[in-house]
Ligand binder design. Structure first.
Ligand SMILES: Cc1cc2nc3c(=O)[nH]c(=O)nc-3n(C[C@H](O)[C@H](O)[C@H](O)COP(=O)(O)O)c2cc1C
Length: 190
């Protein structure tokens, strides 16, 4: 592979796309796309979702105030919704120029998007401030999974069924499911 060095401002990161659901101070709901999302684990099998937000956006203020959020995976069908939620700031008015279904979380009092195939209901465990960004480490109190999936275990999720949007500054869809750990390298036992 021949590579060239370029300015670090091109530090593209392959990002999953999620829409974060929160409640405003008056109890109404608000949604905004956030693609700075990852996961970590403190031990055992309890994962923490890691969600990072920049600036003073309403979504960030709501998470700081309530410590609760829904994290809704964005499928390619939801692209118009993500584009809309990302281009309208809550401070400029209620995001009701498009129609979308909203339900309450099953375990937590968080607004969730009916169209999303995979939803985490999250409670903030800790947050870390780095300059203008705040990164929230969140307990996952419930996962709502598309009923078409029936995985054997946590390593058995076929992402092509969920059809997620992948973001790099541009929107992409996934290609094929290629296999599982161990399918591509077998240690020589002789
Ligand atoms: C594709 C996409 C990804 C985004 N990812 C992030 C992100 O990871 N972190 C962040 O702070 N803002 C991100 N934003 C910006 C917010 O979604 C945007 O500022 C939004 O209008 C905030 O809405 P709010 O005012 O309702 O909180 C993203 C926007 C788009 C369109």
């Amino acid at each position: 592979m021949k590579r060239k060095s370029v300015d670090p401002k091109f530090s593209m990161c392959v990002q999953p796309s999620f829409i974060i659901g929160t409640n405003n101070e008056d109890g109404s709901y608000n949604f905004a796309p956030i693609t700075w999302v990852s996961a970590t684990c403190e031990g055992g099998d309890e994962y923490l979702l890691v969600v990072s937000m920049f600036g003073t956006k309403r979504t960030k203020q709501n998470v700081i105030r309530r410590g609760l959020l829904s994290v809704n995976l964005v499928s390619t069908q939801m692209l118009p919704m993500m584009d809309y939620f990302g281009s309208k700031h809550a401070k400029d008015g209620i995001k009701n120029d498009i129609t979308y279904g909203v339900s309450c979380g099953v375990v937590l009092d968080v607004p969730t998007l009916d169209e999303s195939p995979w939803v985490y209901e999250c409670e903030v465990a800790r947050s870390v401030v780095t300059g203008d960004s705040t990164t929230f480490f969140c307990h996952i109190r419930n996962v709502q999974m598309d009923e078409r999936l029936s995985p054997k275990d946590t390593f058995d999720i076929d992402l092509t069924v969920l059809d997620p949007v992948i973001y790099s500054g541009k929107y992409h869809s996934l290609g094929k499911m290629l296999g599982s750990i161990g399918d591509f390298y077998k240690a020589d036992k002789t």
